[in-house]
Design a binder for this molecule. Structure first.
Ligand code: FES
Ligand code: CO
Length: 321
């Protein structure tokens, strides 16, 4: 496994909670580690996907009586990851070393979050989650054959809207960005009062200026809230760093108005993301350069500058150069 303590000791979404069904294993990959997930009721087991006997994938195994049996020679593991039976020697008490590598898991916002080390902080707060005035629409996952920091930086960037999302989120004739403010603090980054013109920000068909506030909670979790004259549109966005060049993004759209059905809002978000993916996948170098001299920056790139500085302060290495 990689040597990036910031990410090892952080929570990462790996799956939709409803996709992990009782009686079935699930194989996922996080930070280049193969994991097997399985559940008994509300308790979720997340282990290295590897039988300690001969290295077979336990995700190919069978769940029975709240245990998971390896598909190769049938070693039976209990929910703590301890082997409790060698079928070839039923009378022999399994060794304490016959134990899988067990990781921490939590279910929140309908997702399964995993920490491969000791969590240094709680799962980030999705501000609109408990606010009934907002509808929450689950989106994704979206795959990027790109590094997670490149994909997050794209999420934080409003100056591409008029070009990549022309006629949806911006217009090349109205591409100016005001001098907004950015702060880096202990718990992340806040970029406030970013103003940009949009052709139809709230479904009335009228172009208007909108104002964004972005928050970066963790290296790979961020959100924004957008306000126009009245309505609010927010997003909570988090990325599974699968490998340095492979990312899976999970998102919620939250809105306090209803010009679109949930399904239409999801389709719209899918379309917007699919406009971003080829752009992000095309970026070189693949890994996000944390040396500010490595690429050129404008005043309007100050969120990205702050993001790179913050990742550097944290000592993040995965997906960066
Ligand atoms: Fe798992 Fe042998 S490899 S029981
Ligand atoms: Co975009």
């Amino acid at each position: 496994m990689l040597n990036d303590p910031v990410l090892v000791n952080d929570w990462h979404v790996v799956a939709l909670a409803t996709d992990l069904q009782e009686g079935k294993t699930m194989a996922v990959r996080l930070l280049e580690e193969d994991l097997v997930l399985w559940r008994v009721g509300t308790s979720i087991c997340v282990w290295q996907d590897l039988c300690v006997h001969r290295g077979t994938r336990l995700s190919l195994g069978k769940i029975e009586n709240e245990t998971l049996a390896c598909p190769y020679h049938g070693w039976v593991y209990d929910q703590d990851g301890q082997c409790i039976r060698y079928p070839a020697h039923p009378e022999q008490k399994p060794s304490e070393r016959a134990h899988t590598k067990v990781y921490k898991a939590r279910e929140r916002y309908g997702w399964i979050w995993v920490c491969l080390g000791e969590p240094a902080q709680d799962i980030p707060v999705f501000a609109q989650w408990d606010d009934p005035t907002y509808r929450k629409i689950l989106c994704g996952p979206y795959e990027y054959k790109a590094s997670a920091p490149r994909a997050i930086e794209n999420f934080l960037d409003v100056t591409h809207f008029p070009f990549v999302h022309q006629s949806y989120l911006g217009d090349p004739e109205h591409a100016e960005i005001n001098d907004y403010t950015v702060e880096i603090n202990e718990d992340g980054i806040t970029a406030s009062d970013i103003n940009i013109w949009q052709p139809d920000p709230d479904g009335t068909g009228q172009g208007a200026n909108v104002s964004y506030i972005y928050r970066v909670y963790r290296p790979f979790t961020a959100g924004f809230i957008k306000s126009s004259a009245g309505p609010h549109f927010a997003m909570f966005f988090t990325i599974t760093p699968v490998a340095p060049d492979l990312s899976r993004a999970w998102a919620y759209v939250a809105m306090d108005y209803s010009n679109l059905t949930d399904e239409e809002a999801r389709q719209y978000q899918n379309m917007i993301t699919l406009q971003d993916v080829p752009i992000v996948e095309s970026q070189r170098p693949e890994l996000l350069p944390l040396d500010l001299q490595a690429e050129l920056h404008l005043r309007s790139d100050r969120t990205a500058i702050a993001y790179r500085k913050w990742l550097r302060q944290l000592g993040l290495t995965f997906g960066t150069a």
